[in-house]
Design a binder for this molecule. Structure first.
Ligand code: CA
Length: 523
């Protein structure tokens, strides 16, 4: 009996050892997938900045030395996209990791729009907070505030960013061409006098309320279409408001405010890793830059706004340098949609364009699903960790939620971030063949217009039969329901190949319909 017992004992020991080794291997695998790496993370999102608007992507009429610094010290992506060609849906999908077309009401948010992202939604911010980060958003929000009744401007602005994972916010609550022109800090409008309450509405509050229509002669920036309701700071806007006089900002001071507030917040968060979503309002209309940037380019206010944006980027990099945070911070630079010239104000964006190509070699821009609408500047920098260089891999702002979750070791619940792909290897330049297989591009939403890129192929689906800003002019262009382009040989989407490659087109139509119908694309 004794030898058998010994053999059993040996077998048992061997089994335990094997099991232990397997467990270690398994743990190592898990550790590899969700490695704990916690740099500070700064996502800088520009507004309406086109692929060709930065000198690191080939602009020569305007120079962007600070944005170029990120490119030089990090990685520059030639196929980096935002997910939509307008502000609100790209911001929605960046935060939630889910394509905006999957949720109704994610188009351009009105001044009194309620919070679009429900409280406790899993977001890039809540994921990073769970990973031990302090989290803040500074700058343009444009994702609605308040419950179903909309924002209570004189009370608590709940829910908002703090209910979806941000510890702090300092906001332009809507967007600068929409009312009201006030800052919001956490749950409150800043500097509000209770005796002068802020009222915001979509109807003229009184018969004698001055507007861009009645007092056009007083405007310092004239409107070209829309944007002719309440006047503040010599600029008429979309929507009406009264009161809140002490709380109102000057458009010219926004860039300084974002930078100053960001540094103050970073300074108080030095004990923990931090995530800052820096959402610049530049170069969205009205392009009313600080006086020190006015006339600094040959391109009028649109060019000056690029200069102001570039300055903001430089200041953020300087803040990291000053606080010895450069080596421990992952900086990601992107845009929320492609370019537009005349977006409602007469600011010489067309007249002074010259040879500048805001979309670079691409067609279209803001409001449409051609490449210029969503293929935008995309850069990453993390000195010592990211090998500087160029990448053609396909990545999108919707991927940042999953990618940063993997980086920081907090798995995403299966029912969240439904379209966010893990491309962290590509973002860090460590695995340069792990980009997306395909990407769905949308416009403002619910039009049924989609761009669908898979490898070199691009299918343009246009259910509405028309699109705006195709030639960087806000006119409506009629389009066939489907077009097919080969982006390798024709990056400018000039030759529709749908007749030559009907099988390719059919296969992509079916794949696009499948991905839309499936309700998710994250595996
Ligand atoms: Ca925008």
């Amino acid at each position: 009996m004794e030898p058998t017992t010994v053999n059993c004992s040996k077998n048992l020991t061997r089994h335990l050892v094997v099991a232990f080794i397997l467990a270690l291997a398994n743990a190592a695998t898990v550790h590899h997938v969700y490695s704990m790496d916690r740099p500070n993370i700064v996502v800088i999102m520009a507004d309406d900045l086109g692929y060709g608007d930065v000198s690191c992507n080939g602009a020569t009429t305007i120079m962007t030395p600070n944005i170029d610094r990120i490119a030089r010290e990090g990685r520059r992506f030639t196929s980096g996209y935002c997910s939509a060609s307008t502000c609100t849906p790209t911001r929605y999908s960046f935060l939630t990791g889910t394509y905006a077309f999957r949720k109704r009401g994610t188009g351009i948010a009105p001044p009194n729009g309620p919070a679009i992202i429900p409280p406790n939604t899993v977001t890039i911010a809540s994921q990073l907070k769970q990973a031990g980060y302090r989290t803040a958003v500074v700058g343009k929000w444009h994702l609605g505030l308040g419950d179903g009744q909309g924002p209570d401007w004189n009370g608590e602005l709940v829910p908002g960013p703090l209910e979806i994972g941000f510890d702090h916010c300092f906001l332009l609550p809507t967007t600068n061409d929409r009312v009201p022109q006030v800052y919001v800090s956490d749950h409150r409008v800043v500097g509000l006098n209770p005796n002068d309450p802020l009222w915001v509405g979509d109807q003229k509050p009184s018969a004698d309320h001055p507007t861009g229509m009645t007092h056009r002669h007083t405007l310092k920036i004239n409107w070209s279409h829309g944007h002719n309701a309440t006047i503040h700071n010599g600029i008429s806007r979309i929507g009406f408001y009264t009161g809140g006089t002490t709380a109102r900002f000057r458009d010219e001071d926004l860039a300084d405010a974002w930078v100053k507030h960001s540094e103050a917040w970073i300074q108080q968060e030095l004990q923990q890793p931090f995530f800052l979503f820096f959402a610049s309002h530049d170069l969205h209309v009205p392009r009313a830059v600080h006086e020190r940037f006015q006339g600094t380019t040959n391109m009028g206010p649109r060019g000056d706004a690029i200069a102001e944006l570039d300055w903001s980027v430089g200041e953020l990099l300087n803040i990291l340098d000053r606080h010895s945070l450069t080596e421990s911070t992952l900086v990601i630079f992107c845009s929320d949609n492609g370019p537009v010239l005349d977006d409602g104000y007469q600011d010489e964006a067309i007249e002074k364009l010259g040879d500048h190509r805001p979309s670079g070699p691409y067609k279209g821009g803001k409001y449409n699903v051609f490449e210029g609408g969503t293929r935008t500047p995309f850069l990453t920098r993390w000195p010592g960790r990211i090998q500087p260089g160029l990448s053609d891999e396909l990545i999108c702002t919707v991927d940042l939620a999953a990618s940063l979750s993997v980086l920081t070791g907090v798995p995403i619940p299966d029912d969240a971030c439904l379209d966010s792909q893990n491309v962290i290897g590509v973002l860090l330049g460590q695995n340069d063949s792990a980009g997306r297989d395909h990407l769905i591009q949308q416009d403002n939403g619910q039009s049924g217009n989609f761009g669908f890129r898979a490898g070199k192929w691009k299918l343009v689906r246009c259910d509405s039969g028309r699109a705006s800003n195709v030639n960087l002019r806000l006119v409506s262009t009629e389009l066939p329901k489907y077009q097919l382009f080969d982006l390798d040989s024709d990056p400018g989407e000039t030759r529709d190949l749908i007749q030559e490659y009907p099988d390719q087109a059919e296969q992509m139509k079916r794949q696009l319909e499948g991905l839309i119908g499936a309700g998710r694309s994250r595996r």
